[in-house]
Ligand binder design. Sequence first.
Ligand code: C5P
Length: 330
Amino acid sequence: MAKFFPNLKSNYRCLILLLSCGWSCTIILCLYFKTTDMPLTHNHVSKPAACVQRKCAPDREPTDWFCARYAPTVQLLLNSRNSELSANVSSWWTRLFGNRDANYTTLVRNLFQLLPDQEHNSDPHRCRTCAVVGNSRNLLGSRYGPFIDSKDFVMRINRGSTKGFEEDVGSKTTHRIFYPESVGILNNSTHLVFIPFKVWDFEWLIRVFTTKHTTKDCSKNLDIFHLQKNINKDKLMIVHPEFIKYVYVNWTEYHGYYPSTGFLAVIFALHICDEVDVFGFGATKDGTWHHYFDKTLIPYTKTNHPGEFEYETISRLHSEKKLFMHKGWT
Ligand code: C5P
């Protein structure tokens, strides 16, 4: 150093030495990251991995909008090993129906003593195609039936029936998504995807499997008609409360009070299927949810669900080629 800068004081020489070392290190590091393609930030690391959807459709590339929402590692189904809730999930979920005091931990422990501890959907499937069939009246006259039945999984929601509507909605049901108050037709060979919106819903399940008795304190959810249902334990899948909150935060973006069963089913399908076709979603022009199988008309503004936002989100998923939405006929 003294040879190159004979006239400089020794502390200036040190400074120049330090600066040149700094620059050399920066250049070496930049070259290293460039050649190894190593991400520079943690966000960068997780982003591409965060939106790896099950897929076999080559045109289904991740988009920024999708990746900002889709979390492949979210807990989908509850089992005895993953039932402990984070404080975050627990406070939101137990507040939903004001049952903070109910003892979730005890109920879940008791419930899993009654159930076979099994993994669902762990089979490596060639390319799983799924139909999610909502209950909108836009299905009438659609003649979607044979196409719906051609899918590996056909998921129906709440009381959505097939009898008498086969031409438009199909006749196959592999999964039924429901909660205690919406339970309708159940059959022994169908997977039952149970959505616990309330802590008491676990007590409902326990009573279905045991006494079938109602109690005074929670009679609304435990009425005798619903308790008589025969639920096949081997086919029961319980949606994790973390998943419900994830859909509310990431997909409905805090709109409404909580997501509708149908919308939960659509996002659930995005997590377990390679190809998702959606049918039977869409209200009337004035925002009323109508059914293909009965005459009920429910303005979704009177439900706790963000019907319009959900519909827009499904439409966006369609335009981003993450699913295909069939808009129906009427
Ligand atoms: O009425 P129900 O809740 O049983 O319908 C199942 C789901 O189908 C709803 O949760 C909603 O997501 C969807 N639906 C819809 N348009 C309708 C009726 C229902 O999008 N007209």
